[in-house]
Ligand binder design. Structure first.
Ligand code: ZN
Ligand code: ZN
Length: 132
């Protein structure tokens, strides 16, 4: 009875079929930065980017920088040469959907956080001076 249930050939067959099957790894495939093609760490300011481009975009918007391309505004931005032309790197960030607004709201949040921290600090100072 038991022998009839499990056929060794069939078991082997399915096993081989599994190996030959092309891997479908849509969930765990490596994320690629849409700007420089480095490994991305997730969505930053509305686009899938690496930590480098995330920081670059944030700094640029935060400091209100205006870069000028020394070439013809169509430099290739890759992992290797992404530092060469900041103008084209920033333009590519925008083209890929990164949003200035996301940073501004981020900055606003930080400001608010700082104000809250200040309030907490002054409050603790007051209570400390009262208790002493
Ligand atoms: Zn990048
Ligand atoms: Zn350029």
């Amino acid at each position: 009875m038991e022998h009839a249930l499990i056929s060794p050939q069939l078991a082997l067959g399915t096993h081989q079929h599994d190996i030959l099957k092309p891997k479908i790894d849509s969930d765990n495939d490596e994320k690629i930065c849409v700007v420089c093609e480095d490994f991305a760490t997730g969505y930053h300011f509305n686009a899938m980017t690496c930590e480098g481009c995330k920081g670059f975009f944030r700094r640029t918007v935060k400091n209100n920088k205006n870069f000028l391309c020394a070439y013809s505004k169509n430099c290739a931005v890759t992992r290797q040469n992404r530092r060469q032309c900041q103008a084209c790197r920033f333009q590519k960030c925008l083209n890929k959907g990164m949003k200035r607004d996301c940073i501004l709201s981020d900055l606003e949040l930080n400001k608010k956080r700082k104000i809250i921290q200040k309030v907490i600090r002054t409050n603790t100072q007051i209570s400390l001076s009262r208790s002493s």
